[in-house]
Write a protein that binds this ligand. Structure first.
Ligand code: NDP
Length: 281
């Protein structure tokens, strides 16, 4: 009898549905005394337009959009923020006077997290990856005044597109390195970011970087948040680098979204705690 009861209690104590951002948002609404809900709704690509129409019809205050909708949703909105327009992708939509405005909070979340250890203004930054996360991170770093951004990507074409975007829409100097074998981090780099999906759900996965080029004083960040302690960060830590995990980015993109929708700054500590609880950390 007592075992059965315990099992029910432990089931109820676990988040059984939703996603990390939903879990953080709902906790933050309660902490801020705001009687809103955050729902997780799965939408197939061919019904995205209907879903956005539904948001309008039902008076949603906003929403987050994730893979595979981040680019496709742009055409369905009434306007874009400056960063979302440059990135060409939206992960956050805000309803302003009945108009749906697209934002991108991924890069802003990363920036807030990075600023806890270094100001990117004037810095030389290496971004590994050229997918959605890398685009958002690189554009925000450029808008924040990074002096130079090196994009390191396996697929030349995708890397080239990001370099051209940075060169045409920001004032940061942008260069491409086609990633083959172990990437040797240049001595002048201040910040090194893994914005690839290497390490996602795989603590043994190795980002191919020449470990000997990771040095004391280099700031090393990972966008991967599950697991938060990636092999890449462990190796960087062992070499004396200052490390930053992907949880900070995830919490801060949610903080920025919360502020955009409600005009209220949420309690980031409550959100971090909720995230760690959701991930069972
Ligand atoms: P995409 O699929 O858009 O891009 C993936 C990138 O990783 C590409 O540049 C791809 O290179 C590169 N890549 C993947 N596997 C390898 C490999 N074996 N070797 C070299 N390069 C590789 O993914 P996203 O940009 O959307 O997401 C990337 C990561 O960012 C995910 O882990 C996601 O969870 C995380 N993320 C974290 C957030 C946070 O808040 N912490 C927010 C958003 C994303 P190529 O072009 O050659 O294929």
């Amino acid at each position: 009898m007592s075992n059965a009861l315990q099992e029910i209690v432990s089931c109820m104590g676990q988040p059984v549905a939703g996603n990390p951002t939903q879990y953080m948002m709902e906790k933050a609404f309660v902490a801020a005394g705001i009687d809103w809900r955050y729902l997780t709704l799965e939408v197939p690509p061919e019904q995205l337009a209907d879903a956005v129409g539904g948001m309008r019809a039902m008076g949603f205050r906003g929403g987050n959009f994730t893979v595979p909708h981040k680019v496709a949703v742009v055409a369905l909105l009434d306007g874009l923020s400056q960063a979302a327009e440059k990135i060409g992708a939206v992960n956050c939509v805000n309803s302003v006077d009945g108009k749906l405005i697209g934002e991108n909070t991924d890069g802003k979340g990363f920036l807030q997290s990075l600023r806890t250890v270094v100001d990117p203004a004037g810095k030389q930054i290496v971004v590994m990856g050229a997918g959605g996360a890398a685009r958002a991170v690189a554009v925000e770093l450029a808008l924040a005044g990074a002096a130079a951004i090196t994009i390191v990507n396996r697929t030349r074409q995708r890397g080239q597109e990001l370099v051209e975007l940075l060169a045409s829409k920001t004032s940061a100097a942008a260069t491409l390195v086609e990633w083959q074998g172990e990437y040797a981090v240049p001595a002048e780099a201040d910040v090194l970011i893994n914005a690839t999906s290497i390490g996602l759900n795989d603590p043994t996965a190795r980002v191919p970087v020449a470990v000997a080029t990771l040095r004391d004083g280099l700031v090393v960040a990972d966008v991967v948040f599950n697991p938060p302690l990636t092999r890449f960060l462990i190796e960087a830590d062992e070499r004396g680098c200052t490390t930053l995990d992907g949880l900070g980015m995830l919490v801060n993109q949610a903080v920025v979204g919360f502020e955009i929708w409600t005009g209220v700054t949420p309690d980031a500590a409550v959100m971090r705690e909720a995230l760690e609880e959701f991930l069972g950390l």
